[in-house]
Each structure stands twice: as C-alpha cells, then as structure tokens.
Design a protein around this ligand. Structure first.
Ligand code: ADP
Ligand code: TYD
Length: 206
C-alpha cells in the first residue's frame, strides 16, 4: 500500500496554525481516505505527558539544552506511536508543529544550539514532512490572539514580543532554506480564505 502524506503547519504562537491544521484535515477527509490530525509537543500518550512539562511554568524552568532533549523525546514517542504507524497504513498525517518548531524556537532562543538540534534530529528522528505550511503573522496580533485564549499554556508566549519577532524572522529563513517543502501563507485573512490557499497549494504539490 502507498505510504500516506505527512503535512505540517508551523508558525508563531497564535498565528492560526491549529485552526488551519483542523480545516485542512477536514478538507482531506472530505476527499476520502484516513486522516490523522495530531500536534506537537504531544500527539501520543507519552508525548502529551512531556508536553505539560514544557508549556506550563516559568519561562526559565528548563535550560535550553534540557528543553531540546524534552522536545526531541516527545517527538520520538509521537513518531513511533502515532505518525509512522499512520503513514505506513496509508493515512495522511496533519501535524500542528513538528521538527521545524525546534529548529526555529530553540534556534531563535539560542542560535549556538542549532548544531545540537540538528544532531539529535539526525540521530533519533530522521523524518521530514512532505509539505509544510508556515502561517505568517504580525507578532503583536498573534500575541493578542494567543493570550486571549487564556489556555494556561503560555510559557513561550510569556517570553515576550521581541522573542516572537525573532521567531518570525527564523520562520522566514526556514522557508527560504527549504523552498520545495515549505510554503509561507499570509495569516491575516479570514480562516476560510487561508484554508483555500492551503488546499490549492497541497493539491498542486500532490
Ligand atoms: P495557533 O495554533 O497558531 O496558536 P490558533 O489556530 O489556535 O493559533 O488561533 C489562535 C486564536 O486566533 C484562536 O482564538 C482562533 O480562533 C483565532 N484565529 C485563528 N485564525 C484566525 C484568523 N485567520 N483570523 C482571526 N482569528 C483567527
Ligand atoms: P503549541 O501548543 O503549538 O502552542 P500555540 O498553539 O500557542 O502555538 O506549542 C506550545 C509551545 O511550544 C509553543 O510556544 C511553541 C513551543 N515549541 C518549541 O519551542 N519547540 C518545539 O519543538 C515545539 C514543537 C514547540
């Protein structure tokens, strides 16, 4: 059987990625076939437990090195338990964040640790999406949207507007580095307008 397609959504906090991941999964489902909608950090039982350690508490709770290890541990479990089994049975997998988030977030926080991020990825993950959508958004607007949710998961949002600006720049750089896989999508439109653009790009790339 043909392996399924692995599609990821990336962007700064509050950019609208979860909304778009949901809409895109619904679009794929309507076309037929199994679709698994998942997220990081999380997406499997063990990874959801690690998620709580990462997104709650003080911004300085973990050193950048520890944080990279925790995100990578969560991703390995997610990959083993959810992503690879789904792709192997021919399902499409739509993930709200994946390895690009570690490259961008941990790279933006501490650029000198990018080599560690890449080494760990190569050693224990070694999987890239077929297609990645980066939802581009003004950090001030995204921060307003994100904090308005009051999810209690604001450890990264609490790192402030300057950090979100650096993240946006890093996401732009990521798209430039991987023009075949990554597509930058303007997140300032209505959700349905963005969803149509995403679906068109995905259909063209198929
Ligand atoms: P993320 O997953 O990137 O943090 P969400 O999809 O959870 O973002 O969206 C954050 C908030 O903004 C939610 O309250 C959501 O309903 C709202 N939102 C999402 N997309 C849009 C959009 N295109 N325009 C206006 N509000 C949006
Ligand atoms: P997420 O639940 O996607 O938050 P949001 O919906 O607010 O965008 O992710 C939680 C936080 O974890 C988010 O601030 C981004 C951060 N993160 C990293 O720093 N590195 C990673 O590898 C991942 C997957 C997430």
């Amino acid at each position: 059987m043909k392996t399924g397609r692995f599609i990821t959504f990336e962007g700064i906090d509050g950019s609208g990625k979860s909304t778009q991941a949901r809409l895109f999964a619904a679009y794929l489902k309507a076309k037929g076939g199994e679709v698994v909608l998942t997220r990081e950090p999380g997406g499997s039982h063990g990874a959801e437990e690690i998620r709580r350690l990462l997104v709650e508490g003080n911004p300085d709770r973990w050193s950048p090195e520890t944080e990279i290890l925790l995100f990578t541990a969560a991703r390995r479990d997610h990959l083993e338990k959810t992503i690879l089994p789904a792709l192997d049975r021919g399902a499409s997998v739509v993930s709200d964040r994946f390895a690009d988030s570690t490259r961008v977030y941990q790279g933006a926080a501490r650029g000198d640790l990018r080599a560690l991020v890449d080494q760990l990825h190569d050693a224990v993950i070694g999987k890239e999406p077929d297609l990645t959508f980066v939802i581009d958004m003004d950090p001030a607007e995204a921060l307003r949207r994100g904090l308005a949710r009051q999810s209690g998961e604001d450890r990264f949002e609490d790192m402030g507007a300057g950090f979100q600006e650096r993240l946006r720049d890093e996401f732009h750089r990521l798209v430039e580095e991987h023009p075949d896989r990554c597509h930058l999508v303007d997140g300032q439109h209505d959700p349905d307008v963005i969803a149509r653009e995403v679906a068109e790009i995905a259909d063209r790339a198929e």
